[in-house]
Design a protein around this ligand. Structure first.
Ligand code: IPE
Ligand code: IPE
Ligand code: MG
Length: 248
């Protein structure tokens, strides 16, 4: 049985009211949250970090195995330099302040995306945080940093092409599982639920492959207002969805 159909079978067996194993969130609306309060955009991002703290704690308490948070997209470099640098500063603060708690709570921190393009001190901080929590066995917190889904898929295609060129892979054998194994999410549970806050209804280059059969939920709440209760509501809605995977 392929990995894909095995995960589908497990999900179907889960039935109604099931808890999602893997939830991903496009954390959007920090800027609008600040604007509503006549505050600078960075105030919205600061409040957004508070929401990250609340929601990741709530996800752990609920028993969600993996939480993936879109923190910086490969397109976010298009923002003014000052905003990019504010976001990087907040990431430094988050790693400094929250790593201890994550380590103690047995959280496995993971990063998807090309974070090596960040400043060298930040790259070392991220590498240290990953190493520090690598031995943990509990819930997984995945932060998407300089992540772009199309680049992820292109990189997978490139690696498979190289293997084929070297004679290590028969092109005829390439199927969905072959590609899935090359993605940055290959060792995570299948994505069950994707939430986007702030009312925007688009994926913005996030987990395009992985959302093939994920349930999608778009909520109007701005990210800094999102909390454990909002996550519980989302999980409740998920539990009422009927996942058919093309069947009946
Ligand atoms: C999401 O909030 C945070 C990041 C993309 C880093 P935004 O900064 O996109 O907030 P809005 O969309 O301008 O309200
Ligand atoms: C998506 O939000 C990226 C993150 C949440 C990190 P954006 O605010 O960057 O998305 P667009 O530009 O509205 O599509
Ligand atoms: Mg936005």
């Amino acid at each position: 049985v392929s990995r894909h159909s095995a995960s589908v079978a497990e999900a179907v067996a889960g039935g109604g009211g099931a808890l999602p194993r893997h939830v991903a969130i496009i954390m959007d609306g920090n800027g609008r949250w600040a604007k509503k309060r006549h505050l600078p955009r960075i105030a919205g991002h600061r409040a957004g970090v508070e929401a990250v703290r609340r929601v990741s704690r709530a996800a752990r308490a609920m028993g969600i195995e993996a939480l993936t948070l879109y923190a910086f997209s490969s397109e976010n470099w298009r923002r003014p330099e000052s905003e990019v640098s504010d976001l990087m500063g907040l990431l430094r603060l988050f790693l400094r302040n929250d790593l201890e708690e994550m380590a103690e709570e047995n959280v496995r921190l993971r990063v998807i995306g090309d974070y090596r393009r960040f400043a060298p001190d930040l790259v070392s901080m991220i590498d240290d945080a990953l190493a520090r929590t690598a031995v943990n066995t509990g819930p997984i917190l995945v932060i998407a940093l300089n992540y772009g889904s199309q680049a992820e898929i292109a990189a997978a295609a490139r690696r498979l092409a190289e293997q084929a060129r070297d004679g290590a892979l028969d092109p005829a054998s390439i199927d969905e599982d072959t590609i899935e194994r090359e993605l940055l999410t290959s060792d995570l549970p299948p994505l069950d639920l994707l939430i986007r806050t702030s009312g925007e209804v688009r994926l913005s280059n996030f987990l395009l492959w992985q959302t093939a059969y994920a349930e999608l939920l778009f909520v109007d709440t701005l990210w800094p207002d999102f909390d454990g209760a909002a996550l519980a509501d989302a999980v409740q809605v998920f539990g009422q969805r009927q996942r058919r995977y093309g069947g009946l």
